[in-house]
Design a protein around this ligand. Structure first.
Ligand code: FES
Length: 128
């Protein structure tokens, strides 16, 4: 269920690709249409994969090979320093993005772990 037009957060359901019993925490996403989602944290999955599989609208992407930048997110400043730092290839891609900010990350490069429970992200505007 998606929430449009007010500030209430919708709990986005799992796709059949995920077993809800595997959820270990949750994170919040504000998508490019202004819709807020509460998504399950799934150990070992990339944030981009969870968003995509839970139906958050995202453009076709490179599947996590750091070649497209379409999974670009802004991390809530309270959370940014708590993420595993970006590798050199991620930093290089972020440097190419028009809308990059100091709290930018590629969501395909962040693996879920329970310590991220409560994480807040905003999908960055599409490039171009
Ligand atoms: S999915 Fe292409 S860079 Fe993240």
């Amino acid at each position: 269920m998606l929430d449009r037009g007010n500030n209430e957060e919708a709990e986005t359901s799992f796709s059949e690709a995920f077993d809800p019993a595997l959820a270990d925490g949750a994170f919040h996403v504000l998508d490019r249409g202004g819709v807020r989602h509460l998504l399950p944290g799934l150990n070992g999955f990339r944030l981009m994969e969870i968003m995509r599989e839970c139906g958050v609208e995202m453009p076709e992407n490179c599947g996590g090979s750091v070649a497209c930048g379409t999974c670009h997110v802004y991390v809530d400043p309270d959370w940014f320093a708590r993420l595993v730092p970006a590798r050199e290839d991620e930093e290089a891609m972020l440097d190419q993005l028009l809308h990059a900010r100091p709290n930018s990350r590629l969501s395909c490069q962040v693996l879920w772990e329970a310590a991220l429970d409560g994480l807040r992200l905003t999908l960055a505007p599409t490039e171009g």
